[in-house]
Each structure stands twice: as structure tokens, then as C-alpha cells.
Design a protein around this ligand. Structure first.
Ligand code: SAH
Ligand code: SF4
Ligand code: F3S
Length: 491
């Protein structure tokens, strides 16, 4: 385990080792010495700022990158005026890309004021060759670009970029951008540092990549083929987290229901959950995301019988029309989806169901949209993320005919959002007056006399309290429901 490695004892006068993760620890140790030297000269700490776009997968990757930066000796900063600024990007929709270009334009101003400032870009957007070309030409001040498959190599890449900028006698051309993007990988490196955003909860990757190729989606192209981590490595990581004070874990994968299929000794997701449940100290288990086509009866059974698996299931619908679902390559029909919802609710009446829906997929007619509205009414989602279809170059849907005009999509989107919100607000009322277990997560941003936490079903609760409650699971009486959240008091 990395906590036991004494970085200052690693001999950096030797060649770096070839095996991982030892190689990365060598580069962490090397950078650490540079940082100490520079800090002495500057008479101040070197600082870093990271910003994460996109999903939980990216958030977890950022925790790993932050862990490495802290071991290197940089101190966390809240401002983009830091000495090292890293954007971990998302490219699932076009507006995710635009946000990053906007930030880069803004950064250029800071960079001119601070000669120690380095900038780096990583994540899904960097897996697109056209993006990298654009950055090379329009944002040539960027020091380092890497992708989704080699984040474990961050210490080595950081070291190269640092030497490039600040250490004169290295062979690389001074000022040149370091770019390292891989098309895919089957490699998973264990035991690198990670710095959790919350001391009491953590994401845990159980698999990487995606094999589903939904026709609108860019994720399989930027995250590569599906590969699962060994169950024993996952369990070991959760045990370490539990010893370190974590009470809630979120198992992460693009489709957790297909976990374990490519392992030498196949394990099902339900079996993995059963093992994770046995770990002492872990009180709550969540997971994200479930593809409806692979959700098994075994999983429903394990959830039903579990005291630790949270009463929340995120089950992306995408569309309620069987025709559109076929064009999306989702591999289920409207009826199958509704049948699954019924089965889940019959097994767990208190489950909160949430979903993702895309409006305006190519060829979507009024009748198709009406089918989506029908499923929304029947499934009664507790909340839904609604998205306007975004054309992603290279995906099959981008080349489909009958792209829906913008004004029609906007109208449908507004109509869907209104329906989804009305249903969610109506459902949220139902726990008013009851006592629920709440994991307190933070002091309320608007009112420092309140703390904010979540119920097992993921509903947000605000209650009077102080910071010492953070990380604790307490019993709370829900006194009032205000739309999407509750006000409560300690029982
Ligand atoms: N693996 C997860 C989702 C990952 S992306 C799953 O299958 O559920 C998160 C959500 O973004 C998707 O569920 C989908 O609703 C949305 N999305 C993906 N590609 C999109 C696109 N091209 N346009 C609009 N929304 C998209
Ligand atoms: Fe994208 Fe579909 Fe994979 Fe989810 S399952 S990441 S929507 S291709
Ligand atoms: Fe975005 Fe990549 Fe996640 S494209 S949604 S950050 S997997």
C-alpha cells in the first residue's frame, strides 16, 4: 500500500524501474525533490488547482491525480491562479467541450502574471484527435495533455513537463507541449495514491470503458473497451477505505451490471456486492450506472435482502419509444423497460428510481416523444436528468438522417422537464413526518446553522447542526418537504 512507501528514500540517481506502480513512485520522488528546491528559492509553497467536468468516473480520476500532486508536494488551492492548473475534461455533449475552451481563454491571462504556472489537460475530450490539434494551435501555452488510458502515468508525465519548463539541461526542447494519448489499453495499475474529496465517502472504480456503443454516445470511443478490475483488488481497496473512515462507497462503471464478464474467473456484479457488504465499517453502498438490458434478477434479490445497499437505482431510459431505442442500439423495448421497473418496485417499494432521457434523437417524431412522456408518467421517476441530443462526430447517430430541428427539440425538452419535475415533487412529499437515516455530508452553503445530508434513497435533507456531524449517519425526523428536499431535525 502506498501509505507505507517512504518517498524520500527512493534512489533517483538510478534509472527508473520499468514495473508499475514502482515506476510512478520513482517519478513522484524525483518531482518532490524539484518542488522542495523551487519552494526554497521562491520562499513559498507551490500550489495546484484542478477542475473536473463530467461524471463520477472523472471525479474519481481527479482524486487519483490530486493524490499524486499532493505526494509530489504541491498544495491544494481554490483558485485558478495556482502554479499548476489541471482540467479533467468531459466530451459527452458538445457544450462540455465549449466549457473547457472558455476556461482556457480565461487562464491565459493568469499565466502571463505567474512564470511558475503550468497548465495540463486530461480526460475524455483529449481522446479526440481534432481537439488536441485545436489546442496545439490555439492554446499553445498548455504544458501537458494526456488521455483517459494513462492517468496512472501522471507522475511521469508531470515530471517530463516540469523538466521541460524549468530544468534547463534536459534533452527535451524547452517549452514544447508534452502529449501522450493512447487509443486503448488493457492495463489497470493498482496501489497509486488518491486524495478523497470527502473523508467519509468514496467512489471505487470496478470497471473501465464501455462495450455498448449506444449510437449517440462517444464514451466507448474515448474510454475504450470494457475491462473489469479483479474482485480481490476492489475488495482490498474498500477494506482500506473502511479502515480510513469511509462509511459510504459508490461502485463506478459505465454499466456495472456487466461487471466481471471479462475476468479469468467470471464474477457477477451481485456477487461482488455481496462481498462488499461483508466489509466492516462500510454502512452504505451505492452504484452507478445500471444498463437496463443487463439488470439481473440476482441483483434485485441481493439489493432487496441488503441492509447496506442504498434504496436508489439509476436506470437510464434514454427514450420511451421502442423504435428510437432500437436506433439508439439500447437493446430493450419500452415494454421491457416498464416491466423491469415494475419488478424492481414490487421487490423494493421504497426504492427511488432515477433516470437519464435524451430528447431529439435523429428521427424522433411527435409519436416517439409521446411514448417517452408515457413512460415518464408510468415509471414515476424520483428524478430525471434530461438532455438535448448532441451530435458527436464519429458516432453512428451523427450520420443519421432526419436530425430534429432545434426549435422542435426545445419545445419537447421544456415539456418533458415540466412533467419530470411535477412527478418528482409529488413523490418527494411522501416521507414527510417519518424518521430516516441521514448521512451528513457538509455544512449548508447558504446557512451555516444547517448541515446537509442524504437519505438512503439519495434525497437531500437540511437540518440544524454543526460540522461535527459530518460523516455521521444519524436519525432525522423529516418535518417539511420543500419541493426536492426536506427540512428535518435530529430525532
Ligand atoms: N453509461 C451511462 C451513461 C454515461 S453518459 C449509461 O449508459 O447510462 C450519461 C448520459 O449522458 C447518458 O445516460 C445519456 O443520457 C447522456 N448522453 C450521452 N450521449 C449523449 C449525446 N450525444 N447527447 C445527449 N445526451 C447524451
Ligand atoms: Fe454510452 Fe451507452 Fe456506454 Fe452508457 S452504455 S456509456 S450511454 S455507450
Ligand atoms: Fe464525460 Fe467521459 Fe464521463 S465523456 S460523462 S467524463 S466518461
Amino acid at each position: 500500500m502506498y501509505q507505507e512507501i517512504d518517498l524520500d528514500k527512493i534512489d533517483i540517481s538510478k534509472e527508473p524501474p520499468t514495473e508499475e506502480p514502482a515506476r510512478q513512485y520513482y517519478f513522484i520522488a524525483k518531482c518532490r525533490r524539484y518542488v522542495k528546491e523551487f519552494e526554497k528559492q521562491l520562499g513559498r509553497r507551490l500550489t495546484f488547482f484542478t477542475q473536473t467536468f463530467g461524471c463520477q468516473m472523472n471525479a474519481r480520476d481527479s482524486e487519483k491525480l490530486t493524490g499524486i500532486l499532493e505526494q509530489i508536494g504541491y498544495a491544494a488551492d481554490e483558485s485558478e491562479e495556482a502554479d499548476f492548473v489541471l482540467y479533467n475534461t468531459c466530451t459527452v455533449r458538445e457544450n462540455a467541450n465549449n466549457k473547457v475552451y472558455g476556461r482556457l481563454g480565461y487562464l491565459n491571462g493568469f499565466r502571463k502574471k505567474n512564470p511558475m504556472m503550468m497548465t495540463a489537460l486530461c480526460g475524455c475530450m483529449m481522446q479526440e484527435p481534432l481537439v488536441v490539434e485545436k489546442i496545439k494551435h490555439s492554446y499553445s501555452f498548455v504544458d501537458l495533455i494526456f488521455g483517459t488510458h494513462n492517468i496512472y502515468k501522471f507522475a511521469e508525465l508531470f515530471c517530463a513537463a516540469f523538466e521541460n519548463r524549468f530544468i534547463a539541461n534536459t534533452p527535451k526542447k524547452k517549452g514544447a507541449m508534452i502529449i501522450d494519448i493512447w487509443k486503448d489499453t488493457d492495463k489497470t495499475v493498482e496501489d497509486l495514491p488518491a486524495k478523497r474529496k470527502y473523508f467519509f465517502k468514496s467512489g471505487v472504480n470496478i470497471m473501465f470503458g464501455c462495450n455498448n456503443f449506444c449510437s449517440y454516445c462517444i464514451v466507448p470511443y474515448v474510454r475504450g473497451r470494457e475491462r473489469s478490475r479483479e474482485a480481490k483488488d476492489i475488495i482490498r481497496e474498500i477494506e482500506t477505505l473502511a479502515k480510513d473512515g469511509v462509511v459510504e462507497i459508490m461502485l463506478l462503471g459505465q454499466n456495472v451490471n456487466s461487471y466481471g464478464r471479462n475476468l479469468k474467473e467470471p464474477v457477477t456484479f451481485a456477487q461482488l456486492l455481496k462481498e462488499a457488504e461483508k466489509i466492516e465499517g462500510i454502512e452504505r453502498i451505492r452504484f452507478m450506472t445500471s444498463h437496463p438490458k443487463d439488470l439481473s434478477d440476482e441483483l434485485i434479490e441481493v439489493m432487496k435482502n441488503s441492509k447496506k445497499i442504498c434504496r436508489h437505482l439509476h436506470l437510464p431510459l434514454q427514450s420511451g419509444s421502442t423504435d428510437i431505442l432500437e436506433k439508439m442500439n439500447r437493446k430493450y423495448t419500452k415494454e421491457q423497460y416498464l416491466g423491469l421497473v415494475e419488478k424492481i418496485k414490487a421487490a423494493m417499494p421504497d426504492i427511488a428510481l432515477t433516470t437519464d432521457i435524451i430528447v431529439g434523437f435523429p428521427g424522433e417524431t411527435e409519436a416517439d416523444f409521446a411514448e417517452t412522456m408515457d413512460v415518464v408518467r408510468k415509471a414515476e421517476f424520483d428524478s430525471a436528468f434530461t438532455f438535448i441530443y448532441s451530435r458527436r462526430t464519429g458516432t453512428p447517430a451523427a450520420a443519421m438522417e432526419n436530425q430534429v430541428p432545434e426549435d422542435i427539440v426545445k419545445k419537447r425538452f421544456d415539456c418533458l422537464l415540466k412533467e419530470v419535475q411535477e412527478i418528482a415533487a409529488g413523490k418527494a412529499m411522501k416521507y414527510t413526518g417519518s424518521v430516516q437515516k441521514v448521512l451528513v455530508e457538509h455544512v449548508n452553503e447558504q446557512d451555516s446553522h444547517l448541515v446537509t445530508g442524504r437519505m438512503s434513497n439519495n434525497s437531500v435533507v437540511h437540518l440544524p447542526g454543526t460540522a461535527d456531524l459530518i460523516g455521521k449517519i444519524i436519525e432525522v425526523r423529516l418535518t417539511e418537504c420543500r419541493g426536492f428536499y426536506y427540512i428535518g431535525e435530529v430525532k
